[in-house]
Design a protein around this ligand. Structure first.
Ligand code: AHR
Length: 695
């Protein structure tokens, strides 16, 4: 009896201790909720020059002369003519360069790149071009020369030095058959806004001839690529940007959008079949972010599809993420179209079949054997093994019964042929409201595996909604994909800043706590060129040679690197800690990752708080650390010039016991009556802290 009473006393004391305000109890032995490997991922959208001019390493804009204005991005001099009977069926334009008409005049052209070209000292750049010699004059008897010469210059047009040209190479073009020529140029200096200039030479190999008047050459698909790209891939990605994304260790990569999936018209939708095969023959499409905002207009924003579906699958594989392609459901952008104008494919197989085929063929492209029609395309591009696609989203952020009645046909066809593919439907563009309410039951009824929710909202929303998913039905087989979200600050603070990152961190404790409901989450948009953005905030900013990680990036990274394998309960004052006023402005979540226990805490209060972290089930603690993201300036943000204003700081936590455990003011380890180690620590005001403990 005495024993029982003393056990009871210990239990009561420990309950009393852990129920005290300020005590947060992590029960390391509780049954956890599995965290999906896909939990934190990337949403790549071709907005803000994220693809051409961004992640895709090509430096030449309009390399195939396929923009609506075929010479957009180019300046020409001398005699340059655009022609349209080139060697690539889906990219028929090319340029013909002829003798300028006088020996001291020049013929050639210059490409401005994407806001210039980022060229760095000591690095190598591969110039390539499809070319042939051509007859100077038209006519049956006109003959092309056996050889022509083209000089390639890298130029700094803004320099005050004698020469704008700072690197050059000469290409010898032999014969009148189209061939690919290439040369590597090493940069002797850095120029962040370089241009590429090409000259038709009038040289003759005959020493008797000073210059030729019949020089003529045809040029097509003019390209300049850094030799060093991510993973040394052919047709690869800009190394610094790709590495920044890889460092997030994302579980999933959603691509290629966003609204570009839908298109302003169906003709302009993203058609994945146009984005595979040889790059020279991928047709160009106007990007819808070219004209979406009159106040941020980019008439030169097109999609070369150089970064196409093959490259997306390859990148996903390289960074260990599940690929999640999004395919048109036969509906053009609903924001931009009045249904009365019949902009969409009509429901029914008659009009939807080509869109459904695009989905089925895509699955074959990704997963089919190299002998299948589309698997062969993949194999010929260099990846005979399947990409192991598991997820497919049909439609971007569609809404209304118009969507549901079309999606039904896709679900039936895909399920019939590929029952294991997980399908993702949409909850529309908003975080609640009529469309949201009608879509969720409809998506469940259709048997979608996940539903893509989008919310760009205020600080107030993110601060108060760590509990958003607590009330979602847990038994439903249809899970949440928070596919686009970001804090858009109030009071006009619609840019990346520390406070937005902090409230996102607080909100994300709710995603994590509800890992049985939320299986994927991707911040949006991902990338933005500082000179070419249409939408902000964005996770990563860059210019032609630099990349900066936002404070929002660091929040995403602290989650993705510490996502754990299972979520464990946290109690405060004896109740589940879910955020909100009762928890003293603290939002928190905990996971187990191997032998590590990770507690994420966002203190939304203005003042620092003393807390006790009670590690229930720990005999002893063998390692402890804390990583803190904080800025005293709520609107501080990392920029290209000041990239480290807000960065996480990690400290080891001393494991030595508190010298005077009864002294309330002292910090450090104490042992509770039941033997539970308890760490008394401080969480700074408006801070996000990630604690790690090893048993
Ligand atoms: O991320 C910007 C846009 O927001 C996306 O293209 C679209 O899906 C959403 O409306």
């Amino acid at each position: 009896m005495r024993n029982f009473l003393s056990v009871l006393a210990v239990l009561l004391l420990s309950v009393a201790a852990s129920a005290q305000p300020g005590h947060i109890v992590l029960d390391s032995e509780a049954e956890g909720i599995p965290v999906q490997p896909t939990m934190y991922g990337l949403f790549f959208e071709d907005i803000n020059f994220a693809a051409d001019g961004g992640l895709y390493a090509e430096l030449v804009k309009n390399r195939s002369f396929e923009f609506d204005n075929p010479l957009m991005g180019w300046e020409t001099f001398g005699k340059v003519e655009v022609r349209s009977d080139g060697p690539f069926e889906r990219c028929p334009h090319y340029v013909r360069l002829r003798y300028a008409g006088h020996p001291v005049m020049f013929t050639g052209l210059e490409n401005e790149g994407f806001f210039g070209m980022g060229i760095e000292e000591g690095k190598e750049y591969r110039f390539s071009v499809w070319a042939r010699t051509a007859p100077y004059a038209e006519g049956r008897k006109a003959k092309a020369a056996a050889k022509e010469f083209v000089t390639v210059h890298l130029c700094d047009d803004a320099t005050m030095e004698e020469s704008q040209m700072f690197a050059s190479e000469v290409l010898e073009i032999c014969g009148s058959e189209w061939k690919k020529y290439e040369t590597v140029i090493k940069a002797p200096k850095t120029c962040t806004r370089a241009t590429l200039r090409l000259f038709l030479e009038t040289w003759s190999e005959d020493p008797q001839v000073e210059y030729r008047k019949d020089c003529c050459v045809d040029l097509e698909h003019i390209s300049l690529f850094p030799v060093e790209v991510f993973n040394a891939d052919e047709n690869g990605l800009r190394k610094d940007i790709a590495e920044t994304l890889a460092a997030l260790k994302p579980g999933v990569l959603r691509f290629p959008g966003g609204c570009i999936v839908e298109g302003t018209t169906l003709e302009q939708r993203y058609q994945w079949k146009n984005s595979v095969g040889p790059v020279e023959n991928r047709p160009t499409n106007m990007n819808r972010w070219n004209y979406t905002f009159a106040e941020r207009l980019f008439p030169d924003y097109y999609q070369s599809y150089g970064l196409g579906f093959y490259e997306f699958f390859r990148f996903a594989e390289e960074i260990g993420a599940e690929a999640l392609p999004v395919i048109s459901c036969g509906m053009a952008c609903q924001f931009q179209n009045d249904p009365a104008d019949h902009p969409h494919a009509e429901p029914g197989l008659k009009e939807l079949q080509p869109y459904i085929d695009d989905c089925l063929d895509l699955i074959e492209f990704a997963n089919g054997p190299a002998t299948s029609k589309w698997g062969k395309v993949r194999a010929e591009m260099g990846h005979p093994a399947p990409f192991n696609l598991h997820y497919l989203a049909v439609g971007n952020e569609q809404w209304g019964m118009d969507f549901v009645e079309r999606l039904r046909f896709f679900v039936e066809a895909i399920r019939a042929k590929y029952p294991d593919i997980k399908l993702i439907g949409s909850a529309g563009p908003y975080l609640g409201g009529e469309w949201f309410e009608e879509l969720w039951p409809a998506m469940r009824e259709l048997g979608c595996d996940l539903v893509d929710e989008h919310y760009y909202s205020t600080e107030n929303f993110f601060e108060r909604n760590a509990t958003r998913y607590d009330s979602y039905p847990r038994e439903s087989k249809t899970k949440v994909f928070a596919g686009e979200y970001a804090c858009h600050g109030t009071d006009g603070k619609k840019w990346n800043h520390f406070n937005a990152a902090l409230v996102e961190a607080a909100f994300m404790t709710g995603l994590e706590r509800n890992a049985d409901v939320v299986n994927m989450a991707t911040y949006a948009p991902l990338l933005a060129h500082v000179d070419g953005w249409q939408w902000r905030p964005d996770l990563v900013w860059f210019d032609n040679t630099r990349v900066v990680k936002t404070s929002n990036y660091y929040v995403q990274q602290l989650y993705s690197l510490n996502k754990g394998e299972e979520v464990l309960p946290l109690l405060m004052g004896g109740k589940p800690l879910v955020g909100g006023p009762e928890s003293r402005q603290i939002c928190a979540s905990a996971v187990r990752q191997g032998d590590e226990y990770i507690v994420k805490i966002a203190n939304l209060g203005s003042y620092s708080q003393d807390i006790f972290l009670d590690l229930k089930g720990f005999g002893a603690v063998s390692g402890a650390s804390v990583t803190v993201l904080h800025s005293d300036n709520a609107v501080a943000e990392n920029t290209l010039d000041e990239p480290e204003l807000v960065v996480p700081v990690t400290e080891e936590i001393d494991l030595a016991p508190c010298p005077d455990p009864d002294n309330y003011w002292l910090y450090g380890w104490r042992t509770l009556e039941d033997g539970t180690p308890s760490l008394k620590t401080k969480i700074g005001g408006r801070s996000f802290a990630v604690f790690k403990f090893k048993k």
